[in-house]
Design a protein around this ligand. Structure first.
Ligand SMILES: [Zn+2]
Length: 355
C-alpha cells in the first residue's frame, strides 16, 4: 500500500459538521493548513462547495492551486460515490449536496469524494504505510464524536460495500436492557449509547432503570460533564455500591457516575467484540472528540469487558491529531494518481470502482 506515496502535491479537504479544513500536501506531508467553520445557513446546497472553493482560494496561492494534481474531499455521512454527492447527511442543511462536480468545474482537475471514516482509515494506513514500520494490513478506524462511524481496512483493502458506506459500526446492536434510541430511529445501537450525543441519553436511561434519584437529571448533563463525574468518582475510589451518603460530582448522588461507567464500558466492549469477530483487525484506532478527550477511560473500560473469544487487537487512539480524514483524502488522491484505486488495486484491472 506504500504505492500511494508520491511527490505530487494534492489538496485535501475535510468537511465536518462543525469545521471545514483544507491542507496542501506534498510528498513529505502537510505544507499548508487552514480551517474555517462549516456553513450553518444558506439558500441552497451549493453553499458547501462554495465554502470549500473559497477556503482553498483564500489559503493557497494561485500557483499552489495550479500545481496540485487533484483534490480529495472527506465528507460526513452517506454519499453517492459515483456522483460525489452527499445524500441525507446528518447535521447538514440539504438532502442532496453536490461536491465533486462544482469543485471539478472550479479547479479543472480530478476531485475524489469519500466519507470521513473511510478517509480516516486510509489516513492511518497511508501515514503508517508510507513509513513502512507501523503499517498494518488489518485496521479498523472508529470515530467517536457527535455520532459513531467506522472505516474498515481488511487484508490490505478498504471495504466499501455495495453502496460505498460499509463500516457503519455505530449501528451495531449492543444493548437490549436500556432501549436507548439511536439517531437512525432504532433502539439498542452503539451510537445511541456511546457517542457525544448518545451518552447523556444513556445516562438518563441508566438512572431511570436503576431508580437512582439524580438531582442533575432535570438538565441533561453533557458527555463531558459525565466523563468529569466518572473521573472525579474514580479518583476518590467511589463505586456504585457505596452511594448512600450525600452528593457527589455534579450534584448527583455519589457513585452514580462510577456505576454508569461500568455500563458504558460494557456497551463499548460489546461493539468492539463484534468488530473484532467480524473483521479480525490487528489494530483498532479510536478518533473523534469523545475518544480523544476520554481515551484512557474508554479503552480501559473496553479491555475490562472485551470478549475473550478471539485474540484482542491492539486498541489505541489516533496519533494524527484529528487530521486522519485529511491525510486519507490526500492519500486517496495519491493512490489514484499512481493508477491505484482505494483498495490498493491497479485500476486497469478494475472496471467498476470509481477510484
Ligand atoms: Zn442506529
Amino acid at each position: 500500500m506504500a504505492k500511494g506515496n508520491c511527490s505530487d502535491s494534492v489538496i485535501a479537504v475535510d468537511m465536518g459538521g462543525s469545521n471545514l479544513r483544507t491542507a496542501l500536501f506534498d510528498g513529505d506531508g502537510i505544507v499548508r493548513y487552514a480551517k474555517t467553520v462549516t456553513p450553518r445557513e444558506g439558500s441552497g446546497p451549493e453553499i458547501y462547495a462554495d465554502a470549500i472553493i473559497d477556503l482553498i482560494r483564500s489559503s493557497l496561492s494561485a500557483e499552489e492551486i495550479a500545481s496540485a494534481k487533484a483534490v480529495g474531499v472527506s465528507v460526513p455521512g452517506p454519499l453517492d460515490m459515483e456522483k460525489g454527492e452527499l445524500i441525507h447527511s446528518p447535521n447538514l442543511l440539504f438532502p442532496v449536496i453536490p461536491i465533486k462536480a462544482p469543485l471539478e468545474e472550479a479547479f479543472k482537475k480530478p476531485v475524489f469524494v469519500m466519507n470521513d471514516t473511510n478517509c480516516g482509515v486510509l489516513g492511518e494506513v497511508g501515514k503508517d504505510g508510507d513509513g513502512g514500520e507501523g503499517f498494518r494490513n488489518n485496521v479498523v478506524y472508529i470515530s467517536m464524536s457527535t455520532g459513531i462511524g467506522g472505516g474498515i481496512f481488511a487484508d490490505g483493502h478498504l471495504l466499501l460495500g455495495n453502496t460505498g458506506n460499509a463500516g457503519e459500526v455505530g449501528h451495531l446492536y449492543v444493548d437490549g436492557t436500556y432501549s436507548v434510541r439511536c439517531s437512525c430511529g432504532h433502539t439498542g445501537h452503539w451510537e445511541g449509547y456511546a457517542s457525544g450525543r448518545g451518552i447523556p441519553h444513556f445516562f438518563r436511561a441508566y438512572c431511570r432503570k436503576n431508580r437512582i434519584p439524580v438531582k442533575c437529571s432535570a438538565i441533561l448533563p453533557t458527555a463531558e460533564d459525565i466523563f468529569a463525574g466518572i473521573r472525579e468518582e474514580l479518583s476518590r475510589g467511589v463505586n456504585n455500591e457505596d452511594d448512600e451518603d450525600g452528593a457527589g460530582a455534579g450534584g448527583c448522588d455519589r457513585g452514580v457516575f462510577a456505576g454508569f461507567y461500568e455500563e458504558l464500558s460494557k456497551v463499548n466492549a460489546r461493539a468492539i467484540s463484534s468488530i473484532t469477530a467480524a473483521y479480525s483487525p490487528a489494530v483498532i484506532i479510536l478518533d473523534g472528540s469523545v475518544a480523544a478527550n476520554n481515551g484512557e477511560l474508554i479503552i480501559a473500560g473496553i479491555l475490562k469487558y472485551l470478549d475473550g473469544y478471539l485474540p484482542a487487537p491492539e486498541i489505541r487512539l489516533s496519533r494524527l491529531g484529528g487530521k486522519a480524514p485529511l491525510y486519507g483524502a490526500a492519500y486517496c488522491c495519491a493512490l489514484s494518481l499512481r493508477g491505484y484505486n482505494v483498495h490498493g488495486e491497479n485500476r486497469s484491472a478494475d472496471t467498476h470502482k470509481q477510484y
